[in-house]
Design a protein around this ligand. Structure first.
Ligand SMILES: NC(=O)C1=CN([C@@H]2O[C@H](COP(=O)(O)OP(=O)(O)OC[C@H]3O[C@@H](n4cnc5c(N)ncnc54)[C@H](OP(=O)(O)O)[C@@H]3O)[C@@H](O)[C@H]2O)C=CC1
Ligand SMILES: O=C(O)CCC(=O)C(=O)O
Ligand SMILES: [Mg+2]
Length: 742
């Protein structure tokens, strides 16, 4: 019996997952409605967030509510049941592109003021900066992260292994990280016993104080840390690496997280651009200053800003850029056909996915000729770079992993309430003047202090006590439920980790850990330990902080399953609700490009299927809805069958794509509902749809596949015309009619 309203919120996001939603959501709603479950949508797309934040610029009828803010509040309540698809974490060039697209659609939005000079511009910039980077996930993540490959998915990978590039023992690929002057080298950390307020201030050499942040309240038992990246050390390191890459004849590649680390990493990216293209930046300094070139947006910004210069001057600068490639190491390419390099824009190479993709391809990246080549993968800060270097060393020694036999590394990640580095952007500063930066509490005690030089990047991070307690509990529960060893990836050599280790040691005894294997190891040791086991077919839970949660949940799934899109990604919210993320990956723009070119969408919605089943299961408990339980169980069975029968989207046009994969899920789900005996009303309701779907399989698949092979124009990239997208994504009338009659 249903005692409470059963409601699921399905998020509308961007790019491929947003296109897929036009096909999948009507199916989900039809099945859910039949079971007293309401599935509502909320628009948290990049375009939607931009529109929602500038009502005063827009016509009445264009304004929309701030759905992200609403969901952020909902995530703190026990009723929350949110399915969150991947969304764009926008770099500045992407932000500029969405604004331009919306302006062309008659939204009178202000431009993004790169150099705000008036109060109004400063206000506009501050609003856009809130939308920039990873602005969605941190708001919704009021819980820690539980990501793993379900048994059926792992089984699928074993029987349908993805291709893995062979590894040569003499591969020259390696990770380059700093040995001094980085965040790792300067980290300080304390745990505050009692709640207090803090402020962050800069003291210049002449003693004058500038407050960088007036208030940063801390709770009882909160862990804080601060560290700095020396810009001089960074630039020296980069120059040396570029010289070495050239000597070694390997590509130079850079791997950062400019989206989540939206303040620090674009600055680091900018330094790499100006060191690599230093001849150009020295020669054209005056012109670039006049044009307002922002190196943090990549060399792409130079191309954009010089576009309107007189032809001759523009050609000269372009020639000077090309001349750099003769003296510098070859760059890893993002798109060799279009000449887009690793240094064009900071959002094109995102470390969590880019490093595993490189390791999956024999440790190589694409060169300008479109061929794979060994690379110097530059990850400036040392904190986590060792994980990738250790994996590379393991592959050189043991060869590529074998997906048919390898074990698994699920993750339990500390994430709640903007934990650690991923919550640091409002406490990250590019230092204006040499001096010291300090964190001072409300009693005037200095908690953390660093001497800094002009241009250094200083940051403070927080990890709250209750989320840490919840994380330890989640780790023990996962270890118990799966009878798998759990390793806390914490490094005694880091000040922050030492504080966390104290807490782990204090909270573990509060749980029954008898018979469980729970250990603490540094990330490098933990990587070795887990890889040795993975090779033997054994599983090991990685219990990590927020950054390694992100890295490990792409690294291991990409090696084990070929993609992180096949992960189950659950966030048990601390106040009792559930957030079900779909997969662990993003929304690759190339999927949309292929869709527009030939009406084939290769996006795999498996992550959505898994999230939905977990969401129904959660709902059945929180709202005592037995039908939701049946929906979840049958969906799980249907997903297992979907995998067994290999109905995932193909990458090639005129073969089964995202839409065809949705058809098969619908077919199997309806068949499971018609076959089960737990709920006779549902059984009866799905008898006819199951029969019709079965009988019309060939016809529907033909309708779906025949629609492909032509270009599609949906009148927008960030905000496409919903009617046109729906039409394109639902080309089978036979299927549409069966669904509308459920
Ligand atoms: N949770 C979130 O909201 C996240 C959002 N992002 C956002 O996504 C965008 C791209 O980020 P990037 O780091 O390149 O990561 P992606 O995970 O999008 O890209 C890596 C590759 O993974 C594959 N892939 C990922 N998901 C799927 C899927 N469901 N079906 C098929 N293939 C898939 C694609 O490989 P192939 O070539 O094999 O098709 C893709 O090129 C950015 O805007 C970023 O901000 C990124 C990570 C998480
Ligand atoms: O929010 C983002 O920008 C990316 C998140 C991500 O990569 C992850 O959670 O795995
Ligand atoms: Mg990630």
């Amino acid at each position: 019996m249903t005692t409470k309203t059963s409601k699921i919120i399905y998020t509308e996001t961007d790019e491929a997952p947003a296109l897929a939603t036009h096909s999948l959501l009507p199916i989900i709603q039809a099945f859910a409605n039949a079971s007293d479950v309401a599935v509502e949508t909320r628009d948290i797309s990049l375009a939607g967030r931009v529109i929602a934040n500038f009502p005063e610029y827009l016509k009445e009828e264009q304004r929309i509510a701030d759905a992200l803010a609403e969901l952020g509040e909902l995530a703190k309540s026990p009723e929350a049941n949110i399915i969150k698809l991947p969304n764009i974490s926008a770099s500045v060039p992407q932000l500029q592109a969405v604004i331009a697209e919306l302006q062309a659609q008659d939204y009178a939005l202000p431009d993004y003021p790169e150099n705000a000079s008036t109060d109004e511009e400063a206000k506009v910039k501050a609003t856009y900066d809130k939308i920039k980077g990873s602005a969605v996930n941190p708001v919704l993540r009021e819980g820690n992260s539980d990501r793993r490959a379900p048994g059926s998915v792992k089984q699928y990978a074993r029987t349908n292994p993805h291709s893995m590039g062979a590894w040569a023992s003499d591969s020259k690929s390696h990770v380059a990280a700093m040995t001094e002057g980085d965040f790792f080298g300067s980290e300080q950390s304390v745990t505050v016993e009692k709640a207090t307020d803090t402020r962050i201030e800069h003291v210049a050499q002449n003693g004058s104080i500038t407050v960088l942040k007036t208030s940063q309240p801390l709770l009882d038992g909160e862990v804080i840390d601060a560290s700095k990246m020396s810009v001089a050390a960074l630039r020296t390191f980069l120059e040396a690496q570029m010289v070495e890459a050239k000597e070694q004849g390997v590509l130079f590649s850079l791997h950062l997280k400019a989206t989540m680390m939206k303040v620090s990493d674009p600055i680091i990216f900018g330094h790499v651009v100006t060191v690599y293209y230093k001849d150009v930046f020295e020669k054209h300094a005056a012109v670039f200053a006049e044009l307002g070139v922002d190196v943090n947006n990549g060399i792409g910004d130079v191309y954009a800003k010089i576009a309107n210069l007189p032809a001759e001057q523009k050609a000269q600068i372009e020639a000077d850029i090309m001349a750099v490639y003769d003296t510098r190491p070859a760059l890893a390419m993002v798109d060799s056909d279009k000449g887009i390099t690793n240094l064009h824009v900071p959002s094109d190479v995102i470390v969590d996915a880019s490093m595993p993709a490189c390791i999956r391809s024999s440790g190589q990246m694409w060169n300008a000729e479109g061929q794979l080549q060994d690379t110097k993968a530059t990850i400036p800060d040392r904190c986590y770079a060792g994980v990738f270097q250790t994996t590379i060393e393991f592959c050189k020694e043991n060869g590529a992993f074998d997906p048919t036999t390898m074990g698994s590394v699920p993750n339990v990640g500390l994430m709640a309430q903007k934990a650690e580095e991923y919550g640091s952007h409002d406490k990250t500063f590019e230092i204006a003047e040499a001096g010291t930066v300090r964190v001072v509490d409300s009693n005037g005690n200095t908690l953390l202090e660093h001497s800094v030089e002009k241009g250094d990047i200083w940051r403070m991070c927080q990890a709250k006590d209750l989320p840490i307690q919840d994380w330890v509990k989640l780790a023990v529960n996962r270890a118990r439920a799966s009878q798998t060893p759990a390793i806390f990836w914490l490094n005694e050599e880091r000040a922050h980790d030492r504080e966390i280790i104290k807490k782990v040691n204090a909270y573990l005894p509060q749980h029954d850990t008898t018979g469980l294997d729970i250990q603490i190891m540094s990330p490098v040791e933990a990587t070795k330990f887990s890889l040795d086991r993975i090779k033997q077919g054994l599983d090991t839970i990685s219990v990590t902080g927020n950054v390694l949660r992100d890295y490990n949940t792409d690294l291991f799934p990409i090696l084990e399953l070929g993609t992180s899109a096949k992960m189950l990604s659950i966030v048990p919210l601390m106040n009792g609700g559930g957030l079900f993320e779909t997969g662990a990956g993003g929304s690759a723009p190339k999927h949309v490009q292929q869709f527009e070119k030939e009406n084939h969408l290769r996006w795999d919605s498996l992550g959505e299927f898994l999230a939905l089943a977990a969401s129904f299961e959660h709902l059945s408990v929180t709202t005592d809805n037995a039908k939701a339980k049946v929906l979840g169980q049958t969906l799980d069975l249907a997903t297992a069958k979907f995998l067994q029968e290999n109905k995932s989207p193909s990458r090639r046009v005129n073969e089964l794509d995202n839409r065809g994969s949705h058809f098969y899920l619908t077919l199997f789900w309806a068949q499971e509902l018609a076959a089960q005996n737990d709920d006779t009303a549902l059984k009866a309701k799905f008898a006819t749809p199951a029969k019709l779907l079965t009988e019309n399989e060939a016809k529907i698949v033909a309708e779906l596949n025949d629609a492909q092979g032509v270009s599609v124009d949906v009148k927008g990239y960030f905000k496409a015309d919903a009617t046109l997208v729906s039409k394109a994504m639902r080309p089978s009338n036979t299927l549409n009619e069966i669904i509308s009659n459920i």
